[in-house]
Design a protein around this ligand. Structure first.
Ligand SMILES: Nc1nc2c(ncn2[C@@H]2O[C@H](COP(=O)(O)OP(=O)(O)OP(=O)(O)O)[C@@H](O)[C@H]2O)c(=O)[nH]1
Length: 344
């Protein structure tokens, strides 16, 4: 599942990229506009910094469209952008109005860098901006009025807090959505999409370490009869019963997924065919020995299974392995059900 920060960053990539591109276009046009205004006012240092920033944003624009390392480029944009802002704040020729730009810092930092790095950058540049404000206007009684300081302080704090809380809730809902998209609603087991991404991870690990890996397909026997005799609710309970058993029996490093209907798949890393057969047999026996209680009924469930081993012979891709395991599952069904087939 997408739980680590790297994967979380991957999810945020598309919207951060669009945002960064929009910011670059704004920086380019506003850089030109303000350079022209500042040149007119004789504020040459600030005008030069703004022109450089406008030119730099064109360079970034072309790099960002192709890059895979968005966060690095976001830093490459934000640090010069905020630094030029600080130059403008420090310039004796600029008025107090220019400090309104500081309010952009928390929003832009959080949106482009996420909650932790965004907060760090916000605190650094807000502290510099506060220092510059007191340095420039500390002896101006008009600017130092408590009501003005309170307005600026509270507004800045609010914007920082809102941006931070927004990022936290955005990350949480993103995680929830990904979890939903990767799990089966009825049983809570991972679904086919999750199996595919986990398989790709295990496939890469196998190529590096050459460890064995097995895939087991399990299918409940005569499941239609359970639905027909006891109703769909009993069928659903039976599927949840099997899912619970799989979760209990397997190692943390194994994966049990529901592929759909009454079919389940186990991905067993570091496990060869014989070991997989032992695991599947234990599950089969335990299921047969622990009937589902539904109302006053006790419903005995059995399953059949087929095992495929990762390798050139049976398959190196998920589809090929599944096809191979499916053939063996079919032979287990034909041989009378309630059994696991390792060979055809
Ligand atoms: N209750 C419930 N039933 C489901 C669900 N998904 C699939 N089924 C039912 O599972 C049954 C599968 O029937 P079959 O494919 O004939 O398989 P079977 O009866 O187990 O027979 P064999 O696999 O040959 O042993 C169908 O009746 C489906 O409606 C589900 O989510 N809940």
């Amino acid at each position: 599942m997408y739980n680590n920060p790297g994967q979380q960053r991957e999810l945020a990539r598309p919207y951060r990229k669009s945002l960064l591109i929009a910011l670059l276009l704004i920086t380019f046009s506003s850089g030109l506009l303000f350079a022209w205004i500042n040149l007119g006012r004789g504020n040459v240092v600030v005008a030069a910094a703004e022109l450089i920033m406008a030119a730099y944003s064109v360079v970034l624009y072309f790099n960002i469209r192709r890059t895979q390392r968005l966060e690095l480029w976001a830093f490459a944009y934000l640090i010069p952008f905020f630094s030029v802002m600080m130059v403008a704040l420090a310039s004796p020729r600029s008025t107090m109005n220019v400090f309104v730009w500081v309010l952009l810092i928390p929003m832009v930092s959080h949106l482009l860098l996420g909650r932790i790095k965004g907060l760090v950058l916000t605190v650094i540049y807000m502290s510099i901006a506060a220092g510059l404000f007191f340095w420039r206007f500390g002896d101006d009684p008009e600017a130092m009025q408590p009501v003005i300081l309170a307005n600026i302080g509270v507004l800045t704090l609010c914007l920082t807090a809102f941006s931070h809380v927004y990022e936290i809730t955005r990350e949480q809902s993103e995680r929830r959505l990904v979890k939903l998209a990767h799990s089966d609603v009825l049983t809570g087991l991972p679904n086919r999409a999750h199996l595919q991404s986990r398989f790709e991870y295990e496939q890469a690990r196998h190529q590096r370490l050459n460890n064995p890996m097995s895939l087991v397909l399990l299918d409940l026997d005569y499941f239609k009869k359970v639905n027909d005799r006891h109703g769909h609710e009993a069928g659903d309970k039976a599927l949840q019963h099997v899912a619970r058993l799989l979760k209990q029996r397997l190692r943390k490093t194994d994966l049990a997924a529901r592929l759909g209907g009454e079919e389940f798949c186990l991905l067993l890393p570091d496990t060869d065919g014989d070991q997989a057969l032992l695991v599947a047999e234990k599950i089969r026996q335990q299921l047969a020995a622990s009937p589902l209680t539904f109302g006053e009924h006790s419903i005995t469930l059995t399953l059949s299974g087929g095992i495929a081993c990762f390798g050139e012979q049976e398959g190196m891709e998920l589809n090929a392995l599944t096809r191979c395991a499916d053939k063996k599952l079919y032979s287990a069904k034909s041989a009378g059900r309630n059994r696991i087939a390792l060979a055809l």
